[in-house]
Design a protein around this ligand. Structure first.
Ligand code: UD1
Length: 419
């Protein structure tokens, strides 16, 4: 079994290129299915969730090549409509393949998706939206049997909450549906815009991505495009936290500053100095971090729930009290127990976490229970004194492309060990 070993306290310094966004790459890989020919996706991160998506595409009959962060997907022989249970369980995003397979084949068979355990993660909004576009869905023996009787038809969908995955599924099912689809209360995340841009390059007619109302006019065919995935804003936030807790100074390259509008103010509040030129972000940490008074997670353009765990880990090193309110997921604080083992003082009550910072935090043996919670342990390990070992790396590998090598390149004392 592999684990990460960190000797904390060494300031991070140097430059790092930020990887492509996991949450863009996954729906875009699914979207290759609605295109004819061979799509090329550049800046695709080397992470296990991308591997899982590639396995699904292969299972469906696609020819996939993955070389140096460029994934090419040829759909010429993609005639299979079923995703087996073991592949569905590997990640939650497998559900966005539903809209894509239905669009391509007119029917699909899959089971319920897996993913990080952050509380109940139902797919009711995905299913009710797809039903409106004309998909009949029957549940039998843990499987979802999906088919259309008269093809997919454009319609108007008012989402009860701006679900990222449901918005993606609707986009994928509607791009080649007959007529016009209108999504109201759509998710506005940059990853929705990236998926839409991929589809638009393929010939789709999508208007308003990034706004609350998206209009899709169905087209007959889409031609596989070449596309570059946007940088990962959550990974950017993670390395900003790593820099801050080590009193370091780094240059994070190839970022989109406008995607960090709700993240940067928190770092300014802690006293970090931030300068952005072109698409590079320079961050210099203060000697003593200040606390973050109150942060609530929210749908984009609000503060992203996925950046919460690493930010909370950072505030364990700040002088004073920080308060966080998690509004998206019910059960996101599992990692707080692991941080407590390291000496952190975090009180969790329901969706609220109160961090009393600047306690004596020292290295410990801890375990990652989910992706971003795992990254929070890396942040804490880098900031504290002594040696930290982190197991449960399968969770971290889902979303971070060579986290050990990246931190090493910034002079961090980190290594991969095996038992
Ligand atoms: C996506 C991201 C994930 C991020 C989340 C919120 C990907 C691959 N994952 O997940 O990293 O944490 O957005 O920004 O892009 N909900 C329902 N019924 C549904 C769908 C969602 O009740 O049918 C609820 C969820 O339980 C959750 C909330 O809506 O409480 C938001 O979920 P959603 O935006 O759908 O997140 P995901 O697409 O799963």
């Amino acid at each position: 079994m592999e684990y990460i070993k960190i000797r904390g306290g060494k300031p991070l310094e140097g430059e790092l290129n930020i990887q492509g966004a996991k949450n863009s790459a996954l729906p875009i890989l699914a979207a290759t299915l609605v295109c004819d020919g061979k799509s090329e996706i550049h800046n695709c991160p080397n992470i296990t969730d991308v591997d899982a998506a590639i396995n699904i595409l292969k299972q469906l009959g696609c020819t996939v090549e993955n070389k140096s962060n460029v994934v090419s997907v040829c759909t010429d022989n993609a005639n299979c409509k079923e995703i087996p249970d073991n592949l569905m369980r590997e990640m939650r995003s497998s559900i966005v393949f539903l809209g894509a397979i239905i669009s391509r084949c007119g029917s699909a068979v899959l089971s319920f998706p897996g993913g990080c355990e952050l509380g109940p993660r139902p797919i009711d909004i995905h299913l009710s939206s797809l039903r409106k576009i004309g998909v009949k869905i029957e549940e039998s023996g843990g499987k979802l049997l999906c088919f259309t009787e008269n093809g997919l038809k454009g319609c108007e969908i008012d989402l009860p909450i701006p679900s990222v995955g449901a918005t993606e599924n609707i986009l994928l099912a509607s791009v080649k549906a007959k007529g016009k689809t209108i999504i109201r209360n759509a998710a506005r995340e940059p990853e929705i815009v990236d998926l839409s841009n991929f589809l638009i390059s393929a010939g789709a007619k999508i208007f308003g991505a990034g706004e609350s109302t998206i209009v899709i006019e169905g087209v007959k065919n889409l031609k596989a495009p070449i596309h570059r995935v946007i940088p990962d804003r959550i990974v950017t936030a993670t390395y900003m936290c790593c820099t801050a807790v080590t009193k370091g100074e780094t240059l994070l390259k190839d970022i989109y500053p406008e995607h960090l509008n709700s993240i940067i103010p928190l770092f300014l509040e802690t006293g970090c100095d931030i300068n952005i030129t072109n698409n590079n972000l320079h961050i210099k940490a203060p000697k003593i971090l200040k606390p973050i008074k109150l942060t609530r997670t929210g749908f984009y353009p609000g503060f992203p729930t996925d950046a919460g765990p690493t930010i909370i880990a950072m505030t364990c090193f700040a002088k004073g009290t920080s308060v966080f309110v998690e509004t998206i997921f019910e059960n996101r604080y599992k990692y707080a127990g692991e941080l407590t083992r390291m000496g952190a003082n975090i009180r969790v009550e329901g969706r609220v976490a109160v961090v009393e910072g600047n306690t004596e935090i020292s290295g410990a043996k801890v375990e990652a229970w989910d992706l971003r919670g795992g990254a929070a342990l890396v942040v804490a390990g880098l900031g504290c004194s002594g040696e930290t070992t982190i197991s449960g790396l399968n969770h971290i590998y889902r979303g971070y492309d060579d986290i050990v090598g990246s931190i090493k390149s910034l002079s961090g004392d980190i290594s991969l060990q095996s038992m």
